[in-house]
Design a protein around this ligand. Sequence first.
Ligand SMILES: [Zn+2]
Length: 440
Amino acid sequence: MARPDRRVNIAVARTIPPFLLCVCVYACYIVTKPLCIDYLIRPLPKYSRGSRVGAGIAILVIFYILIVVVIITYLRLLYNITRNPGFLPRSSPPTKEEQETEPSERPQRRKRKHRRTRTAEKPDKTDIDIERGADGKADGGAIPLDITGLESFYTKDVFVCQEDGRPLYCSTCCRYKPDRAHHCREVDRCVLKMDHFCPWVGGVVSETSFKFFIQFVFYTLIFCVFSLIICATFTAEIIQDTGGANVHLAIGIGLSSLFGLFSFGMTISSLQLAMWNLSTIENLNRRSAVWTLAIRVPDRMLARLNPESRWAPTFRTITYPLPPVPLSPEAARDYQPPEKQHVFAILQTLPGENPFDLGSPFKNLQQVLGYSIIDWFLPLKQSPCADRTTGDSFYELGPVVSRLKKEAGLNPPPESQPTTQNDTERKHKRRRSSHRQSQE
Ligand SMILES: [Zn+2]
């Protein structure tokens, strides 16, 4: 059964879009009839003022251009939220056989759950709620027997993992979660780079819609500021002339102030998150979050992993593909690991470090808004961070990962490869050109 707050969120989400439509229609009425027609273009006798056709038409043109822009960005946002919301498909639940063997693993899972309070996934109560899902089943711990769907992780160079090296797992959706995906209790699905469930637009703002959300709140802010200025200016004039205010214009001041303040707050906070390359959920514990990452050990360095080697590493490793479990003792003896193996170092960031921060607010903004000024202001192209055509990692990674690689000795020797910074630059350019091609 849906929890009360979840039901409230969904009810509000269904109510607010029609309410916003009514507000827009009323705003059009206020500016068109009481302000422009009855006061500026053909003033009513009670105002005892001359006609100001030019001012009236200019205000009407600017007002309708702005409201059309707001409506277009809102529709673009709604379209992406309903048609391309970034939901991950659910997997089938564990088989009966798997469930029967699970209890033996439970102490281990509880222990892991306790440890995970120090990781990026669960330090905040709100985040815990989201990760646990509505019924409390999705505890975020992995079902140890589940090895399906791991190919899309270990074929990358870096992915976010648990302390044992397996990707994060959602036991409500019964699947491993790509980096930055979170379980949304309102829609009961895991969502890619979920930002928040937004009742104002009636859905989940995620990697596919965050850019359009920013554009929507930004243009709403401009629209509200313009509406506030014209309503306040002419209300002051009317009070001076007649001693009383027009009720519609006074309501217009109230509505534009209210929505203006709200959109101002949302614009600033969304831009700030985009500049930090964080989602709203990740921001809840950004000062203390520790990310555990599985970072691919280059094949030529595998020999160094031998404990006998003088280069023996200090980090733990995990080798993919994982063997199918449970293996009987006989099967385990006969098990032949696949020829092509993918070995990953399990490394952790320092508290508060963000592996997705590209090192500059501008580069982080580009990941959300795009690479050109047209991308920034027009709600046309998808965010570059939602581009899945390049496969080194789920999202572009920044200097924190470069430093981790360097400290673990996973970087190529300097004489054979470009410097880390050049390497990052090269990857950045490759993603940009790939994003452009995918949009064409
Ligand atoms: Zn889920």
